[in-house]
Ligand binder design. Structure first.
Ligand code: GLU
Length: 469
């Protein structure tokens, strides 16, 4: 059997982390089985679906690297197909027209609730009494009255639902539009979906969908209903808890590798391994390894993973993602050191790529002003001599390398008979504008002598102004 899985988002908003995790599990299962992954946009709710949301979902999937082998399919383009199967069920007496008015249905529901019963359509039109109707009818599926449906869920085990609990589902509305559950059934069948991996909020739909599949003589896929993601307060994850949109994580400076690694572990495990490359995820993934209980989102852990990936991924790959953040912050990296060389020395100093861009601005442009605290502490009259001497020594270098710069700093400290810090700190504040930077030799190496000299002059000017004020 060829494994075919799908991700079937409704485009009513951005791609959120819960959806992304479901998509990831579905994608991983297909990949792990040498199968295919289908993307299907469930846009039947025309009022709530928007092109903006479709674009946002596709963008999120692409950013995460969850590429699809087939699709994207759009349900709104397949209405004729759904309707032909509605007609088939009518012809086979497996569905019927229903002309029960809203008032009757409302009254029925109220009565059932007053009697302490579960509200349910009572089957008034089931015998075919309304089949001659030509307008103002819906079409209902004739759900079996006897027996039960068993879902063999990969995550939740066997779930049995008595057919007596299910009513005759509307499969086509009075405006002629087929309903959501029916479209899903036809799609899963047409797209040869072998495994449906989706959120547990759909578990109530599953027995209804299985009954329709059976009525059509279609194979029933296997199911895996993934539990919810909770916020740190144990409630369903929502905007209240912070970022929930995948693209917001990009904007905040996360690497897709880190988010994927975080999401795969949120509800799935393989021994006690925490770090997984995509290849390792594919190798070890199984639906049966997904846990049943809801998982709580832990931003600290995501940050930890992000740091790990920024530090350990090849710099050229980190650079591809970091570039966007520099652009976002208006930093022109076309003049100056290569992004790779900056990342190589800054990677272990940041939690996010956004931060990386923020603290690397001085490599590409003149800083506007000194960090006030650093300047107060290090750009004092006593630093003047050290700054003048280091400038001279740097100007005498034939080769501008970390090693020669290091020697020049050493020589300055020795000549003035002061500790390294007395030269290094004023020089650091002069060159970078702040008191925090990687080791000075490698930092200065990425700037030119001219830039460093100009910045030392600026620091000397600051000191002079300070002495005069
Ligand atoms: N369109 C549904 C949703 O976004 C998913 C349905 C399914 O996976 O069967 O929640």
């Amino acid at each position: 059997m060829t494994v075919v899985t799908r991700f079937a988002p409704s485009p009513t908003g951005y791609l959120h982390v819960g959806g992304a995790r479901t998509a990831l599990y579905s994608w991983l299962y297909a990949k792990s089985q040498g199968g295919e992954f289908v993307l299907r946009i469930e846009d039947t709710d025309i009022e709530r679906s928007t092109q903006g949301a479709i674009d946002a979902i596709l963008e999120g999937m692409e950013w995460l690297g969850l590429t699809w082998d087939d699709g994207p399919y759009y349900q709104t383009k397949r209405f004729d197909r759904y309707k032909s199967f509605v007609q088939q069920l009518l012809d086979e007496d497996k569905a019927y027209k229903c002309t029960c008015s809203r008032e009757r249905l409302d009254a029925l529901r109220e009565q059932q609730m007053a009697d302490g019963e579960k509200p349910k359509y009572d089957g008034k039109c089931r015998a075919g009494g309304a089949n001659g109707a030509t307008s103002d009818f819906v079409i209902r599926f004739k759900n079996p009255e006897q027996g039960s449906v068993v879902i063999n869920d990969h995550i939740r085990g066997n779930i049995e639902i008595n057919n007596s609990e299910l009513d005759d589902l509307i499969i086509q509305r009075s405006d002629g539009v087929p309903t959501y559950n029916f479209c899903v059934v036809i799609d899963d069948w047409d797209m040869k979906i072998s495994h449906v991996v989706r959120g547990e909020d759909h578990i109530n739909n599953t027995p209804r969908q299985i009954n329709i599949l059976n009525a059509l003589g279609a194979p029933v896929p296997e199911y895996a209903h993934v539990s919810m993601i909770l916020g740190d307060d144990g409630k369903k994850l929502s905007k209240r808890h912070g970022a929930v949109s995948v693209m917001q994580y990009r904007d905040d400076g996360f690497l897709p590798q880190a988010l994927l690694n975080y999401l795969v572990r949120l509800g799935w495990s393989h021994g006690d391994q925490e770090i997984f490359s995509i290849e390792e995820m594919i190798e070890h993934f199984s639906l049966d390894g997904i846990g049943q209980s809801a998982s709580a989102f832990n931003t600290e852990k995501l940050i930890w993973l992000n740091q790990h990936y920024i530090k350990t991924m090849p710099v050229s790959e980190v650079a591809e993602y970091a570039k966007w953040h520099f652009e976002q912050q208006g930093i022109d990296t076309s003049n100056g050191p290569s992004l790779e060389s900056v990342i190589a020395i800054q990677a272990d100093r940041v939690k996010t790529l956004k931060e990386l861009a923020e603290i690397s601005r001085y490599f590409y442009e003149e800083y506007q002003e000194f960090d006030a605290n650093a300047a107060k502490k290090h750009l004092r009259p006593v630093a003047q001599e050290a700054l003048e001497l280091i400038k001279t020594k740097l100007s005498e270098l034939t080769f501008w390398t970390a090693e020669t710069i290091h020697q020049a700093i050493n020589a300055t400290a020795e000549e003035l008979e002061v500790g390294m810090g007395k030269v290094g700190m004023p020089l650091r504040v002069a060159a970078t504008g702040s008191g925090n930077s990687p080791s000075l030799d490698v930092t200065l190496e990425l700037l030119s002598f001219e830039q460093v000299a100009q910045r030392i002059d600026k620091a000397l000017e600051f000191i002079a102004n300070r002495a005069n004020s």
